[in-house]
Design a protein around this ligand. Structure first.
Ligand SMILES: Cc1ncc(COP(=O)(O)O)c(C=O)c1O
Length: 397
């Protein structure tokens, strides 16, 4: 064995000794409340399929019809010959629906990771500064590092700290980047205050709504549902300074992401963003599937009504548990266990009871805050929530 491979093996052993080894489980069924995993049937609380659309037969049928018409691959990047009619239709639809500002356009990406890399590297560079919440998703951080702008992080949710850093910055261009719904905590960023600061300090505001799009939105239906248009819509915010990104592999149940922003921003991304230009376009059949899932997001607000009923039921039940919950009003409901070993113990004990909630450990979350990231989906029933709460009470004893 070479020195290089033995160094790798030593580092891997060290990770394992710290409780940081990660293993993949084999899923052999469509997404849903129950999954076939490693040959077993498990009740599952670990996906971002918040509306239960990933396995919906109408979305699957639209993908099949799209594959029959367009094949399974785009064949090239968007700027060469891979930009298809279904891509264009989804972009127009999303721009008009999400409308983060007047004259908005939308642009599709193969993943949210690539979309965030594109936004930040296209808008700032050397001599500029990115101001980022400490709990932002890793890909926003990677985007900031790749841009070569100064990378200034502020304590989670601390708007005053951000204001001070903006005030003392001599950067030419400034960009504030934030998750809208924080992916591991489930809380919602103070976007109205961040937008005020962006106005005051002439900065961009990049909003990553991976976990809000499809789930949150402005009040729409008489039955208490919301529109699913996302966090900006819920807070009633729009501005030319906002660059909105949402992923399409979570509540929308398919894959990919889009950026919605002013025409000038979108044209800049098309012309200059390397993670847009130098990658093969997502298969057009996925845009066909997305057209079906966006229709369901709009036409079936009852999915969100049910999801929020599940969340309420869980929050009531969780008060009786020994562990700390966070003040989240979204489908992400973490249970903080602290030590990595304790998070693994509880996750394993649930697994033994046919319930799957993955343990989340550093570096995904800060040291000492290992957790179960419990997520709810419209495909769960109220009884499923009760089963989880009972199993956790049992495991705590
Ligand atoms: C907040 C946030 N942004 C971006 C991403 C990346 O999106 P994608 O999985 O489409 O690359 C994720 C999760 O995957 C996320 O949680």
């Amino acid at each position: 064995m070479s020195r290089l491979t033995s160094e790798l093996d030593r580092a891997l052993e060290e990770r394992a000794a710290k409780g940081l080894r990660r293993d993949r489980h084999l899923v052999d069924s469509a997404q849903g409340a129950r999954l076939r995993v490693d040959g077993r049937e498990l009740l599952h609380f670990g996906s971002n399929d918040y509306l239960g659309l990933a396995g919906d037969r109408r979305v699957v049928a639209a993908a099949q019809a799209g594959a029959a018409r367009y094949g399974v691959g785009a064949g090239a990047s968007h700027l060469i010959s891979g930009h298809f009619a279904p891509h264009d239709a989804i972009e127009r639809d999303l721009a008009a629906w999400v409308a983060p500002c007047a004259k908005a356009r939308a642009l599709l990406f193969s993943t949210g990771y690539l979309a965030n890399l594109a936004i930040v590297t296209a808008l700032v560079g050397r001599g500029d500064a990115v101001f980022a919440d400490k709990l932002n998703h890793a890909c926003l951080n990677d985007a900031a590092l790749l841009s070569r702008a100064d990378f200034v992080r502020y304590a989670h949710g601390d708007v005053e700290a951000l204001a001070k850093r903006l005030a003392s910055s001599g950067a030419h261009r400034k960009l504030i980047a934030t998750d809208a719904v924080f992916s591991m905590d489930g809380d919602i960023a103070a976007l109205a205050s961040l937008l005020e600061l962006a106005e005051k300090y002439d900065a961009w505001l990049v909003v990553d709504d991976a976990h809000g799009f499809g789930v949150l939105g402005d009040r729409s239906a008489a039955d208490g549902g919301n529109s699913g248009r996302g966090t900006l819509a819920q807070l009633g915010l729009a501005s030319e300074r906002i660059v909105y990104m949402a992923t399409l592999g979570k509540a929308a149940g398919v894959a990919g992401a889009f950026v919605a922003a002013h025409d000038s921003v979108i044209e800049t991304l098309i012309q200059t963003a390397r993670s847009y230009i130098f990658t093969t376009a997502a298969p057009p059949m996925l845009s066909c599937a997305l057209a079906a899932s966006l229709a369901l997001i709009r036409d079936e607000p009852e999915r969100r009504v049910h999801l929020f009923a599940l969340i309420d039921r869980w929050r009531d039940a969780a008060t009786a548990l020994a562990w700390l919950t966070l003040p989240s009003a979204t489908a992400i409901q973490p249970l903080i266990l602290g030590a990595n070993a304790e998070a693994l113990r509880v996750s394993d004990a649930l697994w033994d009871r046919d319930i799957w909630v993955p343990a989340i450990r550093p570096p995904t979350v800060p040291q000492g805050s290992a957790r179960l990231r419990i997520t709810f989906s419209a495909s769960h029933s109220l009884d499923d929530v009760d089963l989880l709460a009972e199993a956790l009470a049992d495991v705590a004893r």
